[in-house]
Design a protein around this ligand. Sequence first.
Ligand code: F0G
Length: 509
Amino acid sequence: MRLTRRVVSFFYNYLNQLTVIMEKTKKSGTVKFFNGKEIPLEMHKVRIVQSIKLVPIERRLEAIREAGFNTFLLGTKDIFLDMLTDSGTNAMSDEQLSKMFVADDAYAGSQSFVKFQKSVADVFGKNLILPVHQGRAAENIISQTFVRKGSVIPMNYHFTTTLAHIQLNGGTVVELYTPEAMVIKSTHPFKGNIDIARLEELIVKNGAENVPFIRMEASTNLIGGQPFSMENMKDVRKVADKYKIIIVLDASLIGENAYFIKQREAAYQDSSIGAILNEMCSLSDIVYFSGRKVSSSRGGAICTNSKDLFNKMKDLVPLYEGFLTYGGISIREIEAMTVGLYETLQEDVVGQSPSFIKYAVQELDKLGLPVIMPGGALGCHVEAQTFLPQIPQSEYPAGALVAAFYLISGVRGMERGTLSSIRDEQGNDIYAELELMRLAFPRRVFTLSQVEYLIDRLNWLYKNRDLVGGLKFVEEPPVLRFFTGRLDATSPWPEKLIAKFRADFGDSL
Ligand code: F0G
């Protein structure tokens, strides 16, 4: 009996050690090519496909006019590569899809939710979970609960919906990024870090009682998907503890941030993604996320280990979202979210977009294009003021670049610059610090030849950049204007661009 136990325990330990060794040696993107090229290699195969079409450039001009030069208003029938966002557009795994068929549909007490709770506890180390229909719903609940008129909320950088919810509740956002964050071509590994000295100064100046929380955003979206380091997060924790302020972590892109910590922070190169995720969350009091991003599904959640914080937020869930065990999410999506969260533990999964982005960024850099470096999460970001120096910020250079790029390629990107910003009380545009065109790389969706097409067309546009002109608003909504606002070209530049395209490419699509 004792011998059997010994043998079992020996094999158990042996297997454990083997797993640790495999974890340590397994690094995505390390398959070397004989020809010396550095090419990201897909660790998945495509088994379900969707056809896409590239309509002729003349139709693309009609389409972008119909859309008021706003790529949010284009229909997918006119789009070749949809790089608007990775939100809700990441490819799902076969495991995720299969679990959707065993969903335990129930208004209250669904066992699918119990599985989801367990996945959040396993992956993020938080046991109390409030489901919400997507990330901004979490921001609504957190802001309504903690933000008051006069509140000041420091963060590494804002996200559009975060800012809107905090302002709606009377709060002010203060961004405390470090100077490297605004350097376009940099080698700094953690441009998403918060400036610790300025954080402490801000708290002292405003009084800790007016700072309801410090917000850290993983893979900081609007400055090019740039991560923060664990060291930085630990320093934030020290400040938070000193002044007794809670930390809210936006974990919508946490998998990629963990991947970058493993790749770029020496102390973590042998840690598993799971251990890094757990540590990042353990340094935060509240973690929230958009399931549309982190778990390649739909949905979202807020989680914490504090009963007190949980109770403060809890009652808003049935009011705005749905009952506490579904939160406005279809139960099928809760099943998909559960599997998707576990999949963020895999380096191949969370490293897929970053490795493709790195490839695109490096190739575009070789061609001399102004791209945000180092490559981050979410997408490849092209800096529009260097690309189109002839367009003043008042004529939205990033918006013009996005429209022009759609026109000449059928690729839909997103403006992340002054158009996505707001006006001040006098009605003047508040100019964005960075004017970016974001080309999102949803996980496992595009192939490398499609990325080559993107690089080729972007290079052509760069060579012909003098032909691109500005945009002006013709219809401007007061809130989140970039979603539904309509614009027009300030001159007939789109027609000139088409003429040059035809001269260079003949009858090519
Ligand atoms: N936080 C971050 C960092 C995000 O990137 C997003 C959404 C949200 C919160 C809001 O989540 O869309 O589920 O309500 N980002 C999308 C994007 C929209 O395209 O970058 P949501």
